[in-house]
Design a protein around this ligand. Structure first.
Ligand code: GRF
Length: 194
């Protein structure tokens, strides 16, 4: 079976990356994680990728004078590895419009909120402060406007009376580990069917 050649972009721990690597072990999973790219050399996700025998690349963003120059290096690395689909999993850089447009329909992200609520940072604290009954995570297409692309999959969890931003974050993270492999499976299957 042909599998969609997929890259995962990370900056840190990579627990979502791990969930995706684990799911992609299944023989009928439509995506192969062919490359993990990090803008930080110390990202633990790189160790996770190496443990799974996946090629890793580090492109330190500080080495580039502009966002566009950094993005161009990433773009070249992805294309050199024949990547068809790019998955952002805790990648803490804003991408230039040029990069995003170059990967239109081939670039997805996970955001820890029930979008369109709470775009940007500190979503868990903001949901609690607003008195929301529930919070969650969203997998969405990436478009130039931050956290605003079309929703692919969303999951929610109740906000409990004694929740802190940390306890809520931990629960949403577990949800993310279910959602992201499922969303990637759906997107990759659709690409294979094109
Ligand atoms: C997740 O909460 C994700 O929603 C956000 O960054 C975090 C990454 O966590 N975009 P991890 O590195 O996958 O553990």
């Amino acid at each position: 079976m042909r599998r969609v050649q997929t890259a995962v972009l990370i900056s840190g721990n990579g627990s979502n990356l791990q969930a995706i690597i684990d799911a992609a072990q299944a023989s009928d999973y439509p995506a192969e994680i062919a490359l993990v790219l990090s803008n930080k050399a110390q990202a633990y996700g790189l160790t996770r990728a190496e443990n799974a025998g996946i090629t890793t690349i580090v492109i330190p963003h500080g080495n580039y004078a502009t966002r566009e120059a950094f993005d161009q290096m990433m773009d070249a690395a992805l294309r050199n590895h024949d990547i068809e689909l790019v998955v952002m999993a805790g990648f803490m850089r804003i991408l230039s419009d040029r990069f995003v447009n170059g990967w239109a329909g081939r670039l997805i992200n996970i955001h820890p909120s029930l979008l369109p609520k709470y775009k940007g940072l500190d979503t868990h604290a903001r949901a609690i402060a607003s008195g929301d009954a529930e919070h969650g995570a969203t997998v969405h297409w990436v478009t130039p406007e931050l956290d605003s692309g079309e929703i692919i999959l969303q999951g929610s969890t109740p906000i409990l009376a004694n929740d802190t931003p940390e306890s809520l974050k931990a629960r949403v993270h577990l949800l993310e580990h279910q959602l992201y492999p499922a969303a990637l499976k759906h997107v990759a299957a659709a690409i294979l069917a094109q």
